[in-house]
Design a binder for this molecule. Structure first.
Ligand SMILES: Cc1ncc(C[n+]2csc(CCOP(=O)(O)OP(=O)(O)O)c2C)c(N)n1
Ligand SMILES: [Mg+2]
Length: 250
């Protein structure tokens, strides 16, 4: 939350902001401002793990818009060639900003992009959490046993606009309402109640606890200081003799 607010107490010391929430300690490597930039980076992290004989598996998540970037193909090729422990996850939420999947290519089965590289690939019902868990489990186990990459196209939906300035003229309210009927969180709640894993009251208590935790995080972020000007160039490449601007902080 503090990173989202650009505060010094954030995981990237406030230098990353919403697009570069990053924690090496927790193996959480972004957010990337360059759409699809994380695809080759994810394979690079998996390469590092393999090189160091770690049993870690990288989950490399990106959107349907990002899947149309050319670097996906170079990455898939090398990930297969080097048998890297990585699961590529395309979260197909139907839109890249306001551009529907149908408008970005002549085919809409994004998972099929893996087939050209003989990568185990398939669609997953992203509105069904159990199906998602099963597909991820299988892919992670494969990577951990030395079976290499998997490509999962998780078909889901984005209820909200891309940003606050998105007037959502590209879809109807009915379309959004249809997806809300099969909301994954509601589905999980129904399963929990049906199987009597918890009562309605217990779920309400969990909701309350989570809301309190989020408010606590918000307050922590609001009360934290902004980073000092002196760290502005700490995490970027810097050329000492850059001729055009005097970028040294006074
Ligand atoms: C290389 C690049 N091109 C364009 C943009 C502008 N941009 C930001 S988000 C976005 C759409 C991404 O769509 P998708 O991958 O489906 O992700 P989603 O927004 O659905 O999470 C675009 C085009 C960018 N950040 N980087
Ligand atoms: Mg998208």
């Amino acid at each position: 939350m503090a990173e989202l607010y650009g505060k010094a107490t954030g995981t990237s010391q406030g230098l990353g902001g919403s697009m570069h929430i990053f924690s090496k300690e927790h193996r959480f490597y972004g957010g990337h401002g360059i759409v699809g930039g994380q695809i080759p980076l994810g394979a690079g992290i998996a390469f590092g793990d393999k090189y160091h004989n770690s049993d870690a598996v990288t989950l490399c998540c990106f959107g349907d818009g990002a899947a149309r970037q050319g670097s996906l193909h170079e990455t898939f090729n090398l990930a297969m060639l080097w048998n890297l422990p990585v699961v590529f996850v395309c979260e197909n939420n139907g839109y890249a900003m306001g551009t529907s999947v149908e408008r970005t290519a002549n085919h809409t089965d994004i998972w099929k992009l893996g087939l050209g590289y003989e990568m185990p690939s398939g669609p997953v019902d992203g509105m069904n959490p159990i199906k998602v868990a099963e597909a991820f489990d299988e892919a992670i186990q494969r990577a951990r046993k030395g079976g290499g990459p998997t490509f999962l196209e998780v078909k889901t939906y984005r209820y909200r606009g891309h940003s606050m300035s998105d007037a959502q003229h590209y879809r109807t309210k009915d379309e959004v309402a249809e997806y809300k009927k099969i909301d994954p969180i509601t589905q999980v709640k129904d399963i929990i109640l049906e199987k009597k894993y918890a009562t309605e009251e217990e779920i309400k208590a969990i909701d309350k606890r989570v809301k309190a935790r989020v408010s606590e995080c918000e307050k922590f972020a609001e009360d934290s200081p902004y980073p000092d000007k002196s760290v502005m160039y700490d995490a970027v490449y810097e050329q000492e003799d850059y001729p055009f601007i005097d970028h040294k902080i006074k």
